[in-house]
Design a protein around this ligand. Structure first.
Ligand SMILES: Nc1ncnc2c1ncn2[C@@H]1O[C@H](COP(=O)(O)OP(=O)(O)OP(=O)(O)O)[C@@H](O)[C@H]1O
Ligand SMILES: [Mg+2]
Length: 498
């Protein structure tokens, strides 16, 4: 039986059609992957199902019964819960207050039963194996913890169909394993999931069926067991587009960045020497220190001892503004919280970092011309540059953040999880672009949990373990097994066992 049946759905924003006659059929009890490039219309389709947006045309059936004029309340009453792509929590409230917002448990009619709400939240967290406490202040949680809290909130609503819009973007591998275990458990209890992700391994690991959208149209659908990652990828990117990246061997210059016994919160005794024009991949399990180290180089985290030399100059302890003036740029790990300025339009979001680094005068024409170049190179879907950046799809926002830092003309770019939420085709475009700018002598360090990304374009890979560099691997050495061994400390265990 179909749990969800959407037929002939169309939707336009300001005259632009973003969904055209789309059908979606989700089998009861399945985990259904909704896949497609950035801006394909996935979140919009789910916003229609969840009653956040009205469709212009089409019908929705839930459990075989048509639901007209869908609203958020109606969707919830039909058992649909929605974990949105962007985090929607109140930082000034505690975890349990966020969970019970609008569904508070009371003594009689007036007094809140805090104790009961706290107990039930803690029960859910321990049931799901999530490291959270009901009384945690949300503002103090990490992005990953917030993402987990969002998921818990949806699970709490007792829904039987959960829409998960890119739920794993800021979870580490262990948290993803845990999360998938929870989903599988709930599936066994009869729940249905619609799962949006750009990560092909995740889709093939957990989903039973799939639907691919491209440019607002339905391209393909079926059972996961009847397809392959290659076929799905080619449906996503479309004919004539390639997701292949060809590594380019380039001449490498002199040393540009040196770290001498650098220690700080989350990393210690890091020694590193990186040459001009190199592309370096950092990896390791979350919390292994690579992200913290990048933040310290960029002046966002305190350094307790050691030295950073950039082009031979000591930049240890400088503030971020000064570090940018030295020619260093950084994309931080979480877009929504650290990069996107929702009150600014698309063009300003693109150009704002260049004002700190650039010595030349402000020129809107120059900004616009450059923006249009990046738009072409990265296939950014953005029609009106005067619109707010939040009117763009998640992946297109991220592409603008990447373009922002490429536009600063920084000589060293620190990119923390730069391809979060970016589709497979555009990821390839980003890597081709990184290789191209490295050819012009720019140096790039990027941090990712996905080794396949590092293999596509890095000259060397540094694997972090418990705050220090466990291995430095060249292109021949960076295979999954070797990286995993160093990332988990298995190499040490072996040595100790001898
Ligand atoms: N509120 C809005 N106003 C104007 N345009 C919008 C709005 N919401 C979405 N769009 C446009 O609709 C199109 C589809 O966006 P949607 O967010 O559904 O894409 P998506 O498939 O979820 O992409 P991603 O993988 O990047 O999240 C995009 O071109 C986007 O710019
Ligand atoms: Mg989306």
């Amino acid at each position: 039986m179909n749990k969800i049946e959407m037929s002939g759905i169309s939707k336009s924003f300001y005259g632009v059609k973003v969904l055209q006659d789309v059908d979606l059929k989700v089998t009861q009890g399945s985990i259904h992957a909704l896949i497609g490039e950035n801006g394909a219309g996935k979140s919009t389709l789910m916003n229609i199902l969840g009653g956040v947006l009205p469709a212009d045309q089409g019908s929705i059936k839930i459990n075989g019964i048509e639901v007209k004029d869908m609203t958020i309340k109606k969707a919830e009453s039909k058992g649909i819960a929605f974990v949105h792509q962007e985090i929607n929590l109140f930082n000034t409230l505690q975890a349990y207050e966020n969970i019970f917002m609008g569904k508070e448990i009371t003594h009689g009619k007036v007094f809140l039963n805090k104790k009961e709400m706290i107990t039930r939240s803690n029960e859910l967290f321990s049931d799901l194996g999530v490291q959270l406490k009901a009384t945690d202040l949300v503002g103090n949680l990490s992005t990953a913890q917030k993402q987990l809290l969002e998921i818990c909130k949806a699970l709490f609503s007792n829904a039987d169909c959960l829409i998960l819009d890119e739920p794993t973007t800021s979870l580490n591998n262990e948290e993803i394993d845990n999360f998938f275990r929870i989903i599988k458990k709930l599936q066994k209890e009869g729940k249905t999931f619609i799962f949006i992700s750009h990560k092909m391994p995740e889709i093939f690991r957990i989903c039973d069926e799939y639907t691919v959208l491209r440019n607002g149209k339905l391209i393909s659908f079926g059972k996961i067991e009847d397809t392959t990652p290659e076929k799905v990828t080619s449906d996503i990117v479309g004919p004539g587009n390639s997701s292949q990246v060809t590594f380019i061997d380039r001449p490498i210059g002199n040393t540009i960045l040196e770290l001498h016994n650098l220690s700080g919160n989350g990393f210690h005794d890091v020694n590193l020497s990186i040459k001009k024009g190199q592309i370096i991949g950092f990896t390791g399990l979350e919390g292994a220190g690579s992200s913290e180290l990048m933040q310290a180089i960029f002046g966002l985290k305190e350094i307790s001892s050691g030295k950073i030399l950039f082009r031979g100059e000591n930049i240890t302890g400088l503030n971020t503004g000064k570090i940018m003036k030295h020619g260093i740029g950084m994309i931080p790990a979480n877009r929504k919280e650290n990069s996107v300025f929702g009150v600014l339009d698309i063009l300003n979001n693109f150009s704002l970092a260049s004002y700190t680094t650039s010595k030349s005068h402000f020129s809107k024409k120059k900004d616009l011309d450059s923006f249009n170049n990046y738009k072409k190179e990265m296939s950014i879907k953005a029609d009106k540059i005067a619109n707010s950046i939040v009117s763009l799809s998640g992946g297109n926002q991220q592409k603008i953040i990447i373009a922002r830092w490429l536009y600063t003309n920084a000589d060293l770019l620190l990119l923390d999880n730069p391809t979060q939420g970016i589709d497979v085709g555009a990821k390839a475009e980003v890597y081709r672009l990184l290789l191209k700018i490295a050819q012009t002598g720019k140096t790039i360090i990027f941090n990712t949990l996905e080794l396949s990304e590092i293999r596509k374009c890095a000259d060397d890979c540094y694997v972090f373990y418990h705050g220090s560099i466990a291995a430095s691997l060249n292109r021949e050495q960076m295979d999954d097994k070797t990286v995993m061994m160093f990332a988990t400390g298995a190499n040490k265990t072996k040595k100790e066992a001898k």
